[in-house]
Write a protein that binds this ligand. Structure first.
Ligand SMILES: *Cc1c(COP(=O)(O)O)cnc(C)c1O
Length: 398
């Protein structure tokens, strides 16, 4: 038997996925760097800070203690209890630890939720701009993503009327993400409640991705839709994780808080796919949730300075407009005045100005690009100066 004789047919499920534009840009940036070019990346989807030491120490101690074997599939009892305490303490939400499932990252939590709740014939309402994995996960589950567009005119916020109009008798799930990746938008508590009301009225489940909960600016406040009322909680599945607020992207720890039947289904799926999340990473995660939280305010001071600088610089560029972010660490400037679509804009920006950013089309919104300011102020200054020169050049070519 030699490879030529094999049928390497790819499943329809896998073949239906779109290749990641983000990865394509990252690959090209790498290539340019390898060729000696000074490329600055504004594509990062992770904080540029280190995981706090007390969290690392807990994982190191767990390793030293030999905590290196399988744990229960849904996570250690210690971590599930710590997550339940977090919801009680910070969100005034009661969950039994049985309703908490720990997974291999917030992304894995999202995928498990969608697999556990959606199937062929189901529709899932997703506001755009969206985190790029949501529609692909829905497609993988055999269900149909229903994308509802929002623009910078409404700070990328979906209205209750838009949501109501998108819901049909096939709608199973509404995917909600505030603070948002890629826009940095944060819905006010009233806005959150109003969207939740529509879902309660229509009997639609909400998957609320709250991973950026703690990354807020100015007077923005976080409201979990589950905390609006017991009825809202009964309609909501929260997905969350430690990647962003604790800079633990590589640890792969996320968690879900769900109505018990859904939590049990997720646990079953996980027991046959990944088994448990990494044992000693879970020990670190307990420390992250229970330990000191001081680093977050320090990081937010730093992010705030960068956000203010980048927001001002972007709006001063000819034709570029940019809504200010209220959370997370991204800005989502409108580039439609350049006459270019986002992929072309980002390709030219990379090859001509040596700045890597993610085109808005990857998030379902082609008139924008995503800029991450999870990079040093020095890099940000240089990158925005290059972006300004590039935009000016494009303007003068018109
Ligand atoms: C980063 C991120 C996640 C989860 O990331 P993990 O590294 O898998 O924990 C989930 N949702 C959004 C919107 C994100 O940006």
């Amino acid at each position: 038997m030699f490879p030529g004789a094999m049928d390497y047919r790819i499943s329809k499920r896998a073949a239906s996925l779109s290749p990641s534009l983000t990865l394509a840009i990252t690959a090209k940036a790498k290539e340019l760097r390898a060729a000696g070019e000074d490329v600055i990346g504004l594509g990062a989807g992770e904080p540029d800070f280190d995981t706090p030491d007390h969290i690392k120490a807990a994982a190191v101690q767990a390793l030293a203690d030999g905590f290196t074997k399988y744990t229960p599939a849904a996570g250690t009892p210690e971590l599930r209890a710590a997550v339940a305490r977090k919801f009680e303490r910070e969100n005034n939400l009661q969950y039994d630890p049985q309703q908490i499932i720990v997974s291999c990252g917030g992304k894995h939590s999202c995928y498990n939720v969608i697999l556990a709740t959606c199937e062929e014939g189901d529709e899932v309402v997703i506001p755009a701009p969206y985190w790029l994995s949501y529609p692909e996960m829905v497609t993988l589950a055999g269900a149909t993503p229903v994308i509802v567009e929002t623009t910078d005119a409404t700070e990328f916020k979906l209205t209750p009327d838009q949501l109501r109009a998108a819901i049909t008798d096939r709608t199973r799930l509404f995917i909600f993400n505030s603070p948002s990746n890629p826009t940095g938008s944060v819905y006010t508590p009233d806005e959150v409640r109003a969207l939740g009301d529509v879902c309660v009225e229509k009997g639609v489940l909400i998957m609320s991705d709250e991973i950026y909960e703690k990354l807020l600016y100015g007077d923005a406040v976080f409201q979990s839709v589950a905390a609006c009322s017991p009825e809202h909680q009964a309609h909501t599945i929260i997905v969350h994780g430690l990647a962003k607020a604790y800079s633990m992207t590589g640890w792969r720890i996320g968690f879900t808080a769900a109505p018990l039947p859904i939590a049990k289904a997720i646990s079953a799926i996980q027991s046959h796919s990944t088994s448990n999340p990494t044992s000693f990473a879970q020990s670190g995660a307990v420390q992250a949730l229970d330990g000191p939280q001081d680093h977050i305010a320090e990081w937010m001071t730093e992010f705030s300075k960068r956000r203010a600088f980048a927001h001002e610089q972007l709006n001063a560029m000819p034709g570029i407009t940019c809504v200010n972010a209220q959370g997370a660490f991204y800005l989502f400037p409108n580039i439609s005045s350049t006459g270019m679509k986002s992929a072309e804009f980002c390709e030219r920006l990379l090859s001509e100005a040596k700045v890597a950013a993610v085109p808005g089309v990857a998030f379902g919104s082609d008139d924008y690009l995503r800029i991450s300011y999870a990079t040093s102020m020095g890099n940000l200054e240089k990158a925005l100066e290059r972006l300004r020169e590039f935009v000016q050049k494009v303007e003068s070519e018109k």
